[in-house]
Design a binder for this molecule. Structure first.
Ligand SMILES: C[S@@+](CC[C@H](N)C(=O)[O-])C[C@H]1O[C@@H](n2cnc3c(N)ncnc32)[C@H](O)[C@@H]1O
Length: 222
């Protein structure tokens, strides 16, 4: 990809961003809500964790430092390489691999906790549903999922070309030149049919109007 070309997939866009120190700068500190879940994970006896779409590894590194056995996967080779460098610098052990959220290279019921922060909505509804099915498959029954989705209230909803229901591509924005899927509460509940939703809230991220669903959900036991 030429340095100044507009990336057309989420992974290409993030690969480009992860290559610069400036691009990585905002993605190095763990989110407070992920820190806050650690005592709950411990109380549930969780040990095996997956950071799906780990980026440059801020959460995978944090979880490994907290004593979890962490696997981390991302489609971006640059992200994986940066996470590997950071793990080595901190003396932390992580299972790191390049791969896709659409077909996870892990056994059924391998994890007590799957984290996927700002990842699974890069695509259309079908892509998001397939990734959630993969997350469900690799979680143990009763295991916890934590992650984000985009609500229709997000200020980018409806901007650009509609390429599928509730899915938009904005050619004028490097960050959104690939599809993003948005859903309302009803759509979200339907997508999480195999899970018990334990916590669901909308939070604004850095930009005004950048609302995200914040989700904690348990894989249903039966
Ligand atoms: C917004 S960044 C978030 C990174 C990390 N979760 C964090 O919070 O720091 C999204 C990441 O998801 C990865 N990603 C997006 N779609 C993916 C897919 N289908 N399979 C694997 N990785 C994907 C991108 O390469 C990127 O590193």
């Amino acid at each position: 990809m030429a340095a100044n070309s507009v990336p057309r997939t989420a992974v290409a866009a993030w690969d480009k961003r992860w290559a610069s120190e400036e691009g990585r700068a905002d993605w190095l500190d763990p989110e407070p809500e992920i820190r806050a879940l650690v005592p709950i994970l411990r109380a549930r006896g969780a040990r095996a964790a997956l950071d799906l779409g780990c980026g440059v590894g801020r959460h995978a590194l944090f979880l490994a430092a907290e004593g979890f056995a962490v696997e981390a996967i991302d489609g971006s080779p640059v992200g994986i390489a940066e996470a590997g460098k950071a793990a080595a610098a901190r003396g932390l052990t992580l299972g790191l691999r390049e791969g896709s959220a659409d077909a996870l290279p892990f056994a059924d019921a391998a994890f007590d906790y799957v984290l996927s922060w700002n990842v699974i909505y890069h695509g259309n509804q079908g892509d998001t549903a397939r990734r959630l099915a993969e997350i469900w498959r690799v979680l143990k029954p009763g295991g916890l999922y934590q992650g984000t989705m985009l609500p229709t209230r997000n200020s980018n909803y409806g901007i650009g070309r509609r390429v599928a229901p509730d899915t938009f591509v904005n050619d004028a924005s490097e960050e959104r030149a690939h599809p993003h899927f948005y859903c309302d509460a009803g759509g979200l509940v339907a997508l999480f049919a195999g899970f018990e939703l334990l916590s669901l809230a909308q939070r604004e991220h850095k930009q005004p109007g950048s609302w995200h669903w914040h989700i904690v959900a348990e894989r249903r036991v039966a």
